[in-house]
Design a protein around this ligand. Structure first.
Ligand code: NAI
Ligand code: MG
Length: 497
């Protein structure tokens, strides 16, 4: 399907017919226990799009009990049954690809062309991928002269999944698909900032889901987080979001000693060597700066450029940012949309002020952007900071906006120390034509995922997750299933005595 402004405008008015979503518990849409709601807003216009429930501990309790009730049957379902469900869900996503993309655009501010070509196909892809794994979840046997050991692999149980607002559908898919493939039942808490697409998606697949297998409780994380994660019937928590919130969740998880997977932020290094393809490296830096407005956990927000090619690289990088079309997220021509919320706009604006105070220079951009006809929108210019030292806060802290810091280097060992000199370690990039150097440098980098000669080279099944304070556990891959299963070893004596 070809996107046109006419189609997206029509869809925007059709999909922003303000409605109120309940919680989804035990296969039914139900109101919250106290009737309080939260408005979902369009960050490009500040229009209200829909309302969700501001959940409470008692809503959480109902959802967890429904998940626990559904567990015995779903955890014993067969591989064909789980595969069929995952494939049917992928199919439903494809059927409404455009509408979900529009809902992501309206609620999150991301350009429709990205939502349509990246986020929604990516979400369907998670269900495809884990559908393929459903037949490959099994235990093992060990044989001894007098003993046979059967290792069963079982669903871990009821899982709590807490997801963020930057890529709502992708996150919902990346959490739900492996848990369903493993036979777990789920209580999902979407982000109160942006979850319109997720609520509509759950509504659309409700008829496919056995009651209680997937439950959704909306609300403020600060209110529903603790009762959800510390509920005695919850056996695992998976979280994507900020480090301070992760620290709280890890604390809640201590109540019942449940395992956690944590996908937190990053301050990933994109390293440009003197033998790099400079135009390609500059393109990758520009894409990383603007993609999803920089609200991307794996963004390459620190570029380390070799001094010999720095001028050439900066010229090419700025030239590309100058050509970026920033504007109405609904316009198919738009490449850079609006920050997802006022909170995120304020946070990024704060770093734009901080950079020059710390001695950095806004080589390109550096302030809020004005978009014609959308004066209330939360727009930020694509920004390059130069004269950056790695110990500045703009180089250490996750900005989560269209802002990239460029750091010059000469000596490889010194540069690698700086690359590793952050608390995070989620992703990274490397540009060189020299194979030996590429292997040497990637092995030295303390990070969970490195793209050589193409940033954001996403393929299904790549283990993804953090080193250090970027979290633990690996998602989007086979190893994810280990997080949703436990083994039981049955040791059978063969001696008849
Ligand atoms: P957050 O981590 O607070 O929000 C993510 C999710 O956690 C939301 O569903 C929220 O409701 C929930 N949450 C909040 N407090 C909770 C609690 N006490 N217990 C359980 N769940 C809770 O992120 P926030 O504040 O919206 O964004 C702040 C920064 O976090 C961003 O600027 C960015 O740097 C980082 N972030 C990183 C993401 C990533 O992909 N790694 C995604 C979103 C945010
Ligand atoms: Mg927060």
């Amino acid at each position: 399907m070809e996107l046109t402004l006419e189609k997206t405008r029509e869809a925007a008015s059709r999909l922003s017919a303000v409605k109120t979503y309940g919680h989804f518990i035990d296969g039914e849409w139900v109101g919250g226990s106290d009737g309080t709601t939260i408005a979902l807003e369009n960050p490009a216009t500040r229009e209200v799009l829909a309302h969700i429930q501001a959940g409470s501990a008692s809503d959480v309790n109902r959802a967890v009990e429904a998940a626990a009730k559904a567990l015995p049957k779903w955890s014993c379902s067969s591989a064909p049954q789980r595969q069929a469900l995952l494939r049917a869900i992928a199919q439903r996503i494809r059927e409404r690809q455009f509408d979900y993309a529009m809902m992501e655009t309206l609620n999150n501010g991301k350009p429709i062309s990205d939502a349509f070509s990246h986020d929604i196909p990516g979400a369907a892809g998670q269900f495809d991928y884990f559908a393929g794994t459903a037949f490959h979840i099994y235990g093992q046997t060990l044989d001894f002269e007098d003993t046979t050991v059967i290792v069963h692999r079982e669903a871990i149980g009821v899982v709590a999944q807490i997801i963020p607002w930057n890529v709502p559908m992708l996150m919902a898919a990346a959490k739900l698909a492996p848990a369903l493939a493993a036979g777990c039942t789920i209580v999902l808490k979407p982000a109160e900032v942006a979850c319109l697409s997720v609520m509509a998606f759950i509504e659309d697949i409700a008829d496919l889901l056995p009651p209680g297998v997937v439950n959704v409780v909306a609300g403020h994380g600060s209110v529903v987080g603790q009762p959800l994660v510390s509920h005695p019937l919850v056996r695992k928590v998976a979280f994507t979001g900020s480090r301070p919130t992760a620290q709280k969740i890890i604390g809640y998880a201590a109540a019942n000693i449940i395992p956690q997977t944590m996908e937190l932020g990053g301050k990933s290094a994109n390293i440009v060597c003197d033998d790099a393809d400079i135009e390609a490296a500059a393109q990758s830096a520009a894409t990383s700066t603007i993609f999803n407005k920089g609200e991307v956990c794996v963004a390459g927000s620190r570029v380390f450029v070799h001094e010999k090619v720095e001028d050439q690289f900066l010229e090419a990088f700025a030239r590309r940012l100058a050509a970026v079309r920033q504007g109405d997220p609904v316009d198919p021509e738009t490449q850079l949309g609006a920050m997802a919320s006022k909170a995120q706009f304020d946070k990024v604006s704060g770093y734009l002020e901080l950079g020059p105070q710390e001695g950095a220079r806004a080589f390109f951009g550096g302030k809020a952007a004005q978009v014609e006809g959308l004066s209330d929108g939360y727009f930020i210019e694509p920004t390059i900071f130069t004269d950056v030292r790695n110990d500045m806060r703009i180089a250490q802290e996750e900005i989560f906006g269209p802002v990239t810091s460029v750091i010059r280097w000469r000596d490889e060992d010194e540069m690698l120390k700086l690359v590793n000199g952050v608390e995070y370690g989620l992703a990274g990039g490397l540009w060189t034509q020299n194979l030996t150097r590429a292997h040497r440098m990637t092995r030295a980098m303390e990070t969970g995922l490195i793209w050589v000669n193409r940033y954001f080279n996403f393929k299904p099944g790549i283990p993804s997750g953090g080193y250090k304070q970027s979290g633990f556990g690996r998602e989007l891959c086979l190893a994810t299933l280990d997080h949703y299963t436990v083994t039981k070893s049955v040791v059978i004596n063969l001696n008849t005595n």
